[in-house]
Design a protein around this ligand. Structure first.
Ligand SMILES: NC(=O)c1ccc[n+]([C@@H]2O[C@H](COP(=O)([O-])OP(=O)(O)OC[C@H]3O[C@@H](n4cnc5c(N)ncnc54)[C@H](O)[C@@H]3O)[C@@H](O)[C@H]2O)c1
Length: 341
């Protein structure tokens, strides 16, 4: 019997009947198979789920080389978002599997969230919220919040999200420092080395991709350079920070507070960071808003339709896959956001 062409969808709450989303897959004769990733997912589980899929619309599922080897029909992995650190791009390219991303769809939301986390940390929003619910009314002394205006904010990474954070922060009259080895800087921001940024900033916000060069970029040595009243905010990837060193620094009062949206393991069960009162936590939602989710799922769906329809998709993370003859050898566009975006 003829088997429908399957598209594995691990992105949660995929609108299976919505025009341009699930309905578009069905109109093209494709069958969405929903397997939402709601927490940790092992490569073994993913391999079993993706074994018959021709396309995949995914969250941060671990597509390593062994998983890809177990998916002989897979032609396209459409990442809802921009981070592809969970996908072995070289293995995908070698197998002729296109990997696509959705740049431009969520950086505004990430920037809003980064600013929200900065303010939540320095205004101590979560601590005050919990105290009011307990019936307390403590507003001064050790409970007093701090001021953002007039302070120095260091942005590590000045790409799509870092730039938008800078734009938002200008209204707070802060001094803006940037550490990025390649990005062109705008008026009003000062380019400095990472050690200089860490030594000067009252708030440090991370906006780099996770790759070999940025894993544990902020470790014990870097944390020791930071000011003891400083706040660290991470909306990029958990692996950029050595979480154990961060927990030690926060516990010892060598850092005032942290606000984290991303973790080395997600969810971060058992992390020492969960027990610290001066840490604000969100579940990897920086890039998510009703608006960004709709746009990202539409674009990921369009990428799957393009590749399975024999057309070159927009926003390939591995354009070399086209040079290898996939999709009839369509000309390779420029890569999107670098291989580690
Ligand atoms: N939490 C979320 O929901 C969420 C959403 C979107 C993106 N992200 C993460 O944020 C990262 C950044 O996103 P983006 O859209 O701004 O990416 P981008 O590619 O536009 O910018 C990244 C910048 O980091 C710079 N960079 C690389 N290595 C560096 C280093 N060692 N030191 C300083 N700068 C360095 C690059 O030169 C580039 O300018 C993504 O790779 C992704 O992993 C997270």
């Amino acid at each position: 019997m003829h088997r429908p062409v399957e598209v594995l969808v691990t992105w949660p709450d995929y609108a299976t009947d919505a025009p341009g989303i699930g309905a578009a897959l069905r109109e093209a004769g494709l069958e969405p198979r929903l397997a939402p990733k709601l927490g940790h997912r092992s490569p073994g589980e993913l391999r079993a789920l993706a074994r018959r899929a021709a396309g995949a619309i995914v969250s941060t599922d671990p597509f390593d080389a062994a998983v890809l080897e177990g998916c002989p029909e897979l032609r396209v992995i459409a990442r809802v978002g921009v981070g592809v650190d969970s996908i072995d791009l070289d293995a995908a390219t070698a197998r002729g599997i296109a990997v696509t991303v959705t740049p431009g769809a969520n950086e505004v939301t990430v920037a809003d969230h980064a600013v929200a986390l900065i303010l939540a940390a320095i205004r101590r929003i979560c601590m005050h919220d919990a105290a009011v619910r307990r019936g307390e009314w403590s507003r001064t002394g050790e409970h007093a919040a701090w001021l953002l205006s007039g302070k120095t904010v260091g942005l590590v990474g000045y790409g799509r999200t870092g730039r938008l954070v800078a734009r938002r922060l200008r209204g707070f009259d802060v001094r803006l420092l940037v550490s990025d080895p390649v990005a062109a800087l705008d008026d009003g921001v000062e380019g400095v080395t990472l050690p200089a940024l860490l030594a000067a900033a009252d708030v440090v916000s991370l906006h780099v991709p996770l790759c070999a060069g940025t894993r544990d970029l902020i470790g014990a040595e870097q944390l020791a350079l930071m000011r003891s009243h400083a706040v660290l905010v991470n909306t990029s990837r958990g692996g950029v920070v050595d979480e154990r060193a961060l927990a030690d620094a926060l516990r010892a009062g060598r850092l005032r507070a942290a606000a984290l949206d991303v973790f080395a393991d997600e969810p971060p069960a058992g992390s020492p960071l969960l027990t610290l009162p001066n840490v604000t936590l969100t579940p990897h939602v920086s890039g998510l808003s009703t608006e960004s989710i709709d746009e990202m799922t539409r674009r990921a769906t369009a990428s799957v339709l393009d590749v399975l329809g024999g057309r070159a998709p927009a926003d390939l993370a591995n354009p070399a896959v086209l040079a290898g003859g996939a999709l009839g050898g369509a000309p390779a566009p420029a890569p999107v956001g670098g291989r580690d975006a």
